[in-house]
Design a protein around this ligand. Structure first.
Ligand code: FAD
Length: 492
């Protein structure tokens, strides 16, 4: 125990895994199998709070005949890095062995496998529950808020939301398994921890971020973004999207017809632009189900597990929702961060792709499992552990300045809403470079306001941290859009 610059606890661990989704738990599982000591932490109060737990765990496993096609498709259509994708799909036998070792029965799906479950969407729960029985007990309530490099590894500072203390952990190897940043948007179907702060921290110590403007936005969701509506339900509306007074909002007949045929995927960008305009004009959107057969409607809703209460007066209130983010830390074929020794990035925290929807379905679970094993193998083969570390400490980081026992009247929610609208605008409307530099200035101003005014402890401090990192994420999205538009003008 020590007290220095507000840090009250100090620890050493040879390997520090941050994140308890499929990617963090799999890395832990294979390290445990190799009898290598590690510490695994999450910011939430239970290890099951992750996107992985919410997921169906439909995991892509290409057959031998398909593997070249899948690799090329992922590179050409999603913009993934060749060496990483080769490492992923040429090692996908790891996935089958993983399910077998854990004793999890699986069923074949159109592109891979998923755990056999009574309720199909519970595959993630089954996998996570099982993995938790095979690994070290995760430490909960610890938010990673700062990283520093030292000769033998990394220093990580956490805020413990339960004990209200700062903790410094020295480690030789850091595994960032912290998921994506779709949770920074106000409409999203993610677990609340998906806010992307560790990508920003990794960049500050030398990692490269790529593709940050590639976020998959799904156009149809209910419960304010929390649950995605499937195409078969949406098409019952015949593409009629109306406002509260029943006035038709979507006027493009071509798009309406495509929605009616459940064949609108090429038009997602146009649909999102239309939805963003409605949000800006504060118009609620409803799928008009008035011409759908009552029995068919009920049947569909039961089948997909939606509450019939969602349909009121034959209308369903909808919003677009952010489903996953594809930008992240650039890695090599061993999942090591480019430019950053002894740091690994796995799962949604990795850069997955920057074209189209950024990654193909089922890739998230496949990469979490395959890279979890490759990381553990690499550390088992080459691990250099050295418990020597410096105890001197630089100035407390910016994130610690936001902490104070005394709260103030800073309007966090108002800033959160504005930031989320701005980010949605960036993703859906791809603004020109001139407006990007204007938005950049606005973001900097808001960030400065937060640094000078926002203070708090506990949950309030957590919200302020998330907001403050949200501005950095928005800045990264702008940087990526600028880079892309630079590329476009060169290509022209
Ligand atoms: C509803 C739904 C269904 C899906 N279905 C599928 C599917 O069938 N197949 C598929 O392949 N993908 C699916 N996906 C996507 C997939 O679930 C995710 O991409 C994947 O689970 C990400 O796993 P992960 O381990 O990288 O991160 P996550 O599961 O998101 O876990 C991140 C972990 O990091 C922790 N963390 C984050 N920041 C910090 C911090 N600062 N300090 C400490 N801890 C931190 C979080 O608390 C959490 O424990 C689905 C997603 C959703 C939302």
């Amino acid at each position: 125990m020590m007290k220095q610059n507000g840090i009250s606890v100090e620890n050493y661990t040879p390997i520090l895994i941050v994140g308890t989704g499929i990617s963090g738990l799999t890395a832990a599982y294979y390290l445990s199998k190799n009898n290598i000591k590690y510490t695994i932490v999450t910011k939430k109060n239970a290890p099951k709070q992750s996107n992985s737990f919410l997921s169906a765990a439909n995991t892509r496993v290409p057959s031998e005949n398909e593997v070249n096609n899948i690799i090329n498709l992922t590179i050409d259509k999603c913009g993934a890095d060749r060496s990483v994708i080769e490492a992923l799909y040429r090692n996908s036998n790891i996935i089958i062995n993983f399910f077998k070792e854990l004793g999890i029965p699986y069923e074949k799906t159109s592109f891979g496998i998923m755990p056999e479950c009574l309720i199909k969407s519970h595959g993630g729960k089954k996998l996570i529950n099982c993995l938790l029985q095979h690994i070290e007990q995760p430490m909960c309530n610890k938010i990673l808020i700062h990283l520093e490099k030292y000769d033998q590894g990394i220093i990580a500072i956490f805020y413990d939301t339960q004990s209200d203390q700062f903790i410094r952990i020295f480690t030789n190897y850091l595994v960032l398994a912290t998921g994506g940043y779709a949770g920074q948007f106000c409409f999203n179907d993610n677990s609340p921890g998906s806010t992307g702060e560790t990508l920003i921290l990794a960049k500050k110590i030398g990692a490269r971020l790529k593709g940050m403007s590639t976020v998959m936005c799904h156009p149809w969701s209910i419960y304010n973004g929390r649950q995605i509506l499937l195409g078969g339900v949406v098409s019952l509306s015949q593409g009629k999207i109306i406002d509260e007074d029943g006035v038709q909002l979507l006027k493009d007949k071509y798009i309406c017809d495509a929605i009616a045929r459940d064949d609108y995927h090429e038009m997602i960008d146009e649909i999102l632009k239309f939805q963003l305009e409605c949000i800006k004009q504060k118009k609620d959107m409803y799928l008009d189900m008035s011409h759908a057969d009552e029995n068919v409607l009920n049947e569909k809703f039961k089948k997909y597990g939606f509450s019939p209460k969602v349909v009121k007066n034959k209308r369903i209130k909808i919003t677009p929702t952010m489903h996953y983010s594809s930008g992240g830390i650039e890695i090599n074929a061993n999942a090591e961060a480019i430019n950053l020794n002894r740091v690994f990035a796995t799962g949604e925290a990795q850069f997955n792709g920057d074209l189209g929807i950024g990654r193909i379905p089922g890739q998230a679970f496949a990469s979490g499992i395959v890279f979890g094993k490759l990381i553990a193998d690499k550390i088992a083969n080459e691990g250099v552990f050295n418990t020597q570390y410096q105890t001197s400490f630089k100035d407390p980081p910016e994130t610690m300045h936001l902490y104070s026992k005394e709260n103030n009247d800073f309007p966090i929610e108002e800033f959160q809403k504005k930031l989320s609208t701005l980010m949605m605008d960036l993703i859906a409307s791809n603004p020109p470079v001139v407006s990007l530099s204007f938005l950049r200035k606005k973001i900097q101003e808001s960030q400065n306001i937060i640094l000078s005014r926002a203070r708090g402890s506990g949950k309030r401090y957590e919200d302020i941290l998330t907001l403050s990192f949200g501005y950095f994420v928005a800045m990264e999205i702008i940087e990526d859009l600028e880079a892309k538009s630079g590329l476009l003008s060169i290509q022209k």
